[in-house]
Write a protein that binds this ligand. Structure first.
Ligand SMILES: *[C@@H]1O[C@H](CO)[C@@H](O)[C@H](O)[C@H]1NC(C)=O
Ligand SMILES: *[C@@H]1O[C@H](CO)[C@@H](O)[C@H](O)[C@H]1NC(C)=O
Ligand SMILES: *[C@@H]1O[C@H](CO)[C@@H](O)[C@H](O)[C@H]1NC(C)=O
Length: 460
């Protein structure tokens, strides 16, 4: 019953939308009120996010620990010959120079996950000596690297860039915000099309036009969605997550649109008509509001993952290491506060019924979803515009991490409290940074909907 309550977000009602309703209603009329027989409604999520969670999360994301993301933007596209748009200035990503990244992150960042566990004695010794240098011995580094490599590959839902590769660079996410880049048209459609067409369990017999944003509903709309109805709950949920991610990205592009520029300055802001193109029920033949509901679905899933991860971070040995002990400790408290808040949200669903089939069935289904999502994360290396590639990789990695958490709930709950035992479930710094930043994007999107709602109410 509980998941069912939650799954009402997935329901496939076809609404009749008259073109005479107001502009605001045409995007939002179906994105309101109780979600069918849901315990949670859109307004509750809006209020929780916009007033409580969003401001807290934003402060966290401004910190050194969360703003530096190590990523390899130079991997070749594994599927087709990609066209890199290096020339477009809005697509450029400016990597950090070495002295911009705190030493603690550079030297220990990616080993951080096992830092204290493996190195406790060493740390205690240096602490006694009053030293703050917590760098690892070469020997420990090598063994950690090995450990890192094999331990949870089988659990991962996405490609993790090798942080040791010379092509991986730190990027300051605050200096490279996600916004409109001019990356659209057939190139961008190809990315989303290969995701929806080849990586969402859709049967090959269901066809859809190339431009998914504008006209894929059309006369085939019903047909397109009918394949979903025949899918199991889990695969439908998967499609909803991908669609929610797509919506979120489009909300950002519409909210930070390149409105005007001249030789001296560039003006970014809301473009209401771009938003309508993507979400207006009439202009999208009924698709838009469904896309927005999928955004809320994605929000709840990632929120759920955050609330589940709390025990891992409550371990005394866990730290957000940047090399500044006092600040690191403070940041940890802020993170715990945020996770407590996430946990306090009354999501009444029980995910055990999501994989209610017999054990073997559930395992093979999980493997199906995992491999498919893994493949989607590889498609991100085909995104031609670097700025979009950066945020695409970060957001798929974040969602992949959320799925990894949700599928490992039992492991997390069983985590030993003792410092001396190696935890059976871990996240790397990269996974943690992507998880929080990806959720930051979704949370910002929900917040932006309020802005668009009010802008649209002024449009006739
Ligand atoms: C991965 O995605 C590519 C591009 O869409 C597709 O051609 C390929 O069949 C997918 N592979 C798997 C294993 O799903
Ligand atoms: C263009 O430049 C002028 C200064 O020369 C400035 O006052 C104006 O606001 C700018 N307009 C934009 C953003 O196009
Ligand atoms: C807003 O977006 C539309 C496309 O949806 C575009 O035609 C228009 O020029 C944009 N407006 C501004 C002010 O850039």
């Amino acid at each position: 019953m509980r998941w069912r309550v939650f799954l009402c977000l997935l329901s496939m009602h076809h609404f009749k939308v008259s073109s005479s309703t107001s502009a605001a209603n045409r995007c939002f009329c179906q994105v309101t009120g109780s979600l069918d027989d849901c315990a949670c409604d859109v307004e509750t999520i809006d209020a929780f996010n916009n007033e409580k969670l969003f401001p807290k999360l934003q402060t966290l994301l401004q910190s050194d620990y969360f703003r530096f993301y190590k990523v390899n933007l130079n991997k070749p596209c594994p599927f087709w010959k990609d066209n890199r748009l290096c020339g477009q200035k809005n697509c450029a990503v400016i990597p950090c120079t070495p002295n911009e990244v705190p030493d603690g992150i550079k030297t220990n960042g990616h080993h951080n996950k096992y830092l204290e566990e493996a190195n406790k004695e060493e740390c205690e010794r240096t602490e006694k000596l009053g030293a703050v240098d917590r760098s690892l011995s070469e020997e420990t580094k090598v063994s950690l690297r090995e450990w890192n490599k094999h331990d949870d590959e089988a659990e991962r839902f996405c490609v993790i860039d090798n942080e040791e590769s010379p092509d991986s660079q730190y990027v300051d996410l605050l200096l490279n915000p996600e916004r409109f880049t001019g990356y659209k048209g057939p190139e961008a459609w190809q990315i989303w099309n290969s995701i929806y067409e080849e990586n969402c369990f859709k049967p090959y017999t269901v066809k859809r036009p190339l431009n998914p944003m504008v006209s894929y509903s059309g006369t085939d709309g019903k047909l397109f969605y009918s394949w979903l109805e025949g899918q199991c709950v889990e695969k439908r949920a998967f499609f909803r997550l991908v669609s929610g991610l797509h919506s979120s990205i489009n909300i950002h592009l519409s909210a930070r649109y390149l409105l005007d520029e001249n030789w001296s300055e560039t003006k970014w802001g809301h473009n209401v008509s771009e938003f309508q193109q993507r979400f207006d029920a009439h202009l999208t033949k009924g698709e838009g509001p469904k896309r927005l509901r999928n955004l809320y679905f994605l929000y709840l899933i990632e929120l759920r993952a955050l609330s589940k991860i709390l025990p891992l971070f409550q371990r005394p040995s866990f730290q957000l290491y940047t090399g500044q002990p006092a600040q690191d400790q403070q940041l940890k408290l802020k993170l715990l506060e945020l996770l407590q808040l996430a946990k306090s949200f009354p999501l009444h669903f029980d995910e055990t019924s999501l994989f209610a089939g017999n054990k073997e069935e559930a395992a093979s289904l999980k493997e199906d979803l995992r491999l498919t999502f893994f493949n989607i994360s590889r498609i991100m290396d085909c995104v031609g515009c670097f700025k979009c590639r950066l945020w695409g990789k970060l957001q798929t990695q974040g969602l992949g991490t959320a799925l990894k958490i949700l599928f490992s709930e039992r492991l997390i709950e069983a985590l030993p409290r003792s410092i001396n035992t190696n935890p059976t479930f871990q996240l790397s710094r990269q996974e943690l940074v992507s998880l929080l930043n990806a959720f930051g994007r979704i949370s910002t999107s929900i917040r932006e909907l309020e802005n668009f709602r009010s802008l649209l109410s002024k449009v006739r």
